[in-house]
Write a protein that binds this ligand. Structure first.
Ligand SMILES: Cc1cc2nc3c(=O)[nH]c(=O)nc-3n(C[C@H](O)[C@H](O)[C@H](O)COP(=O)(O)OP(=O)(O)OC[C@H]3O[C@@H](n4cnc5c(N)ncnc54)[C@H](O)[C@@H]3O)c2cc1C
Length: 248
C-alpha cells in the first residue's frame, strides 16, 4: 500500500502506484513496466511537478551524503537528496555560501536543479543552474552519464529546469560563493509610489538580495515595502566543528 504524496500547496494529494526509495548510487531505475516515473525530492514544489498519480515515484531521500568539499576553491560535490539548509550548515563556518537560495531551506539539490530555482539575487547571480558544474544523471535506459557544459551539453541544459524528465540526478558539483560573516545586513524601506520604488531600486545595486511587496489596491497604487539584504563583512564565521569535517 503506497502512501499519498503532496506538493507544498497540498492540492492535489496524490497516490502513486509505486514508490521506490532506493539507494540509487549503484542501482538502475526500476523496471516499472509502462508506468511513467518521476523523481521526488522533498515535495516543496508549489504545483504538482513532483507528483505522479498512478505512476512510479522515485524518492531521493537516501541520496543524503556530502561527497567532497573543496574549501580552497569553493566547490561542493553533494548527493541529490541533501537539502540546502544542511549544506549551508556545512558551508558558512568555512566561509562559503550557496550562490542561489530560495525562500525555504527544505529544498533538495535535485529539486533545486530540476526547477532551476531562483533567489532574491537573480539580477546578479542568475538561477541555480548557472552555478552547477556537472552532475551524474541516471537515465531510464540504465545509462549513467556525467553531464556538464562540455560532456553531454544538451542533456546538461535540458536537465537544468527539466523537472526530472531527463532522468534522476544522483549527485552534483556546485560552485560556491565566499562570505566573510554568518550575519546579514538588512533594511526595509517603505515607499508610496512606483517612482519612489524605482529610485530605491536603482540605489540598491550594492545589495545582494532585493525584493519588494507592492500593494496594488492602495489609493494611487504602488505603495509597498522594499527589502534589501547583503552578507555582512564584519561578523564572525562560526567555528567549524571540532573534527573539522562533517562530510558523510
Ligand atoms: C516556502 C517556499 C518558498 C520557496 N521559495 C522559492 C524561491 O524563492 N525561488 C524558487 O525558485 N523556488 C522557490 N520555492 C519552490 C522550490 O524551491 C522548488 O519547487 C524546488 O524545486 C523544490 O525542491 P524539492 O527538493 O522539494 O523538489 P520536489 O518538489 O520534490 O520536486 C521538484 C522537481 O524536481 C524534480 N526532482 C527532484 N529530485 C530530483 C532528482 N534527484 N533528479 C531529477 N529531478 C528531480 C521532481 O521530479 C520535480 O519535477 C519555494 C517553495 C516553498 C515551499
Amino acid at each position: 500500500m503506497t502512501k499519498s504524496y503532496q506538493s507544498w500547496n497540498k492540492i492535489p494529494s496524490c497516490k502513486p502506484s509505486q514508490v521506490h526509495i532506493d539507494d540509487w548510487r549503484f542501482e538502475n531505475l526500476p523496471a516499472s513496466g509502462k508506468l511513467p516515473m518521476t523523481p521526488f525530492g522533498n515535495g516543496r514544489s508549489y504545483g504538482d511537478v513532483c507528483l505522479n498519480k498512478d505512476g512510479a515515484l522515485l524518492e531521493s531521500a537516501q541520496l543524503n551524503r556530502m561527497m567532497e568539499f573543496n574549501r580552497q576553491e569553493g566547490r561542493l560535490i553533494v548527493e541529490a537528496g541533501v537539502q540546502l539548509g544542511e549544506i549551508l550548515e556545512l558551508l558558512i563556518p568555512a566561509g562559503w555560501f550557496l550562490p542561489v537560495i530560495p525562500g525555504t531551506r527544505f529544498v533538495t539539490i535535485g529539486g533545486a536543479i530540476a526547477n532551476d530555482i531562483h533567489g532574491k539575487n537573480h539580477q546578479l547571480k542568475g538561477s541555480f543552474g548557472a552555478h552547477v558544474e556537472r552532475f551524474e544523471l541516471l537515465r531510464s535506459s540504465g545509462e549513467r552519464l556525467i553531464c556538464s557544459r562540455q560532456q553531454h551539453p544538451d542533456l546538461f541544459s535540458a536537465t537544468i529546469g527539466g523537472l526530472g524528465l531527463t532522468g534522476m540526478i544522483i549527485w552534483a558539483e556546485i560552485n560556491l560563493m565566499p562570505v566573510n560573516s554568518n550575519r546579514m545586513e538588512f533594511e526595509e524601506i517603505p515607499f508610496h509610489s512606483l517612482t519612489e520604488f524605482q529610485n530605491i531600486n536603482q540605489q540598491s545595486s550594492d545589495w545582494e538580495y532585493t525584493v519588494a511587496w507592492i500593494d496594488c489596491l492602495s489609493q494611487g497604487g504602488g505603495r509597498g515595502i522594499y527589502s534589501r539584504g547583503r552578507h555582512a563583512n564584519d561578523g564572525e564565521l562560526q567555528k567549524a566543528q571540532a573534527n573539522g569535517c562533517r562530510l558523510r
